[in-house]
Design a protein around this ligand. Structure first.
Ligand code: GLV
Ligand code: MN
Ligand code: MN
Length: 427
């Protein structure tokens, strides 16, 4: 075995960053990066990723939801029963997002496979890199579409869900040219066989300030916080802003404002709990009309499922109380609740060993952000490697950044991890 396939490629980190820049040129917006599921920009990014996987020596397939899956086939000695170690992350983005969220976890393993391939190194197992097509929930307001298909957890009722232009997920898939044309059976058939998997690992930008604060380039994730998202529709009475006395109004926006403050107050009560209203609108509002409707999103997360569920129960009861007192209606739709996902100690330990060999601290931290690994944890053991986020740890923002040095180090750690990887003994 050559000593280090990355030693000959000291600019791997910079190459990863360059590719993130190249990928970010495909955007739904001018002057920033938005890559929503199945838009032309998304399809272009998907094609580019497939091209890079193929050039790195992988066999590439695209599944029924649009995931691009590259397989770096096992060494011949592994035989026909070789199993799969899977990695990957998402290439869709939030609106005006950063270029590393998700994408780092695709570009980095592609670069690693490329280095292994060039060095003539095959692994004793298949290594698959998945570019997940949808994780953020931007277009259909439901996240983890792509990983839920791969994990065999896709809910076919979601095919009816519509984007803001009125196009359903089923229609978008039917017109996409993806295999299966959006048929529920094809989406079910795209599930991976859990018995074929050795585990799932995900490299991701931390999206927070903890590693930066500790002066550490990399961290090992202990668990991923569970999350619940909701869409709330408050209905009031639209009427004249000049003639309707303040005590005779059913103002949907004022009621929503009180509900937003309730989310903030309740989620501020427990340290590990967070709650966010990221979307808030008065549909067809006018400055001289009392809002007859107000729609908003709620995103509630906690490291412990019980803490999240207790907060949700309180908030939903509070929303009802506010609506009743103000004479408005409130419809609450729950979307994609995902439970807390613990990482597997045996995989975390293997990352820790690799880090220790390089003299690096195996710093452990939980993830407050959601990741594709959460869905994969339903069918296999998972681990995550976090890479330090610059600019104060800002993410879901164009200011999100990492350094080439940290990307290089993460790539080298991944190479070592893959070359020394030991399957779980009882698996
Ligand atoms: C994904 O980025 C999420 O945590 O919402
Ligand atoms: Mn994200
Ligand atoms: Mn992400």
């Amino acid at each position: 075995m050559p000593a280090s396939p990355t030693a000959s490629l000291p600019s791997l980190g910079q190459a990863i960053l360059d590719r993130a820049d190249q990928l970010a040129r495909h955007s739904d917006m001018e002057g920033g990066l938005t890559c929503a599921y199945l838009t032309p920009a998304h399809r272009a990014a998907q094609a580019l990723l497939a091209e890079w996987m193929a050039a790195a020596g992988m066999d590439v397939r695209v599944d029924a939801i649009g995931n691009v899956i590259g397989r770096y086939a096992a060494a011949a000695e592994a035989g026909p029963g070789a199993r799969v170690l899977m990695t990957g992350s998402h290439f869709d983005t939030v609106r005006n997002g950063g270029r590393y969220d998700g994408r780092l976890g695709i570009l980095l393993p592609i670069a690693v496979v490329d280095a292994l391939h060039r060095a003539g190194i095959r692994l004793p197992y298949h290594f698959e890199v998945v570019a997940f097509a949808e994780e953020e929930g931007l277009r259909f307001k439901t996240s983890f579409l792509a990983s839920s298909v791969l994990a065999g957890r896709f809910d076919p009722a979601l095919l009816e869900r519509r984007d803001t232009a009125g196009i359903s997920l089923g229609e978008a898939l039917a017109g996409s040219g993806l295999p299966g044309g959006g048929a529920a059976a094809a989406l079910a058939a795209a599930a991976v066989d859990p018995a074929s998997l050795l585990g799932f690992i995900e490299v991701h930008i931390e999206q927070g300030p903890v590693l930066l604060h500790h002066g550490l380039p990399l961290g090992v994730v202990t668990q991923i916080a569970g999350s619940s998202r909701f869409q709330v529709r408050v209905g009031g009475t639209a009427s004249h802003a000049g003639t309707t006395p303040m005590n005779l109004r059913a103002d949907a926006a004022a009621a929503a404002a009180e509900m937003v403050l309730l989310v903030e107050a309740r989620c501020g009560e427990v340290a590990s709990l967070v709650g966010t209203v990221g979307q808030l609108e008065v549909p067809n509002g006018s400055s001289n009309v009392i809002p007859g409707a107000c729609h908003f999103s709620m995103d509630i997360r906690a490291g412990e499922d019980g803490i999240r569920e207790a907060a949700i129960a309180d908030i939903l009861a509070g929303i009802e109380r506010i609506a009743a007192r103000r004479g408005v209606s409130a419809q609450v739709e729950r979307v994609t609740p995902v439970n807390n996902a613990p990482c597997a100690r045996w995989l975390m330990d293997q990352f820790a060993t690799v880090l220790a060999k390089r003299g690096l601290q195996a710093f452990e931290l939980p993830s407050g952000a959601g990741h594709d690994a959460m869905m994969m944890q339903r069918i296999t053991d998972i681990a995550m490697l976090f890479v330090r986020c610059g600019n104060g740890g800002i993410s879901h923002n164009p200011l999100e950044t990492i350094t080439a040095e940290d990307a290089q180090l993460a790539a080298e750690v991944l190479v070592d991890f893959l070359r020394h990887f030991q399957p779980r003994q009882d698996a």
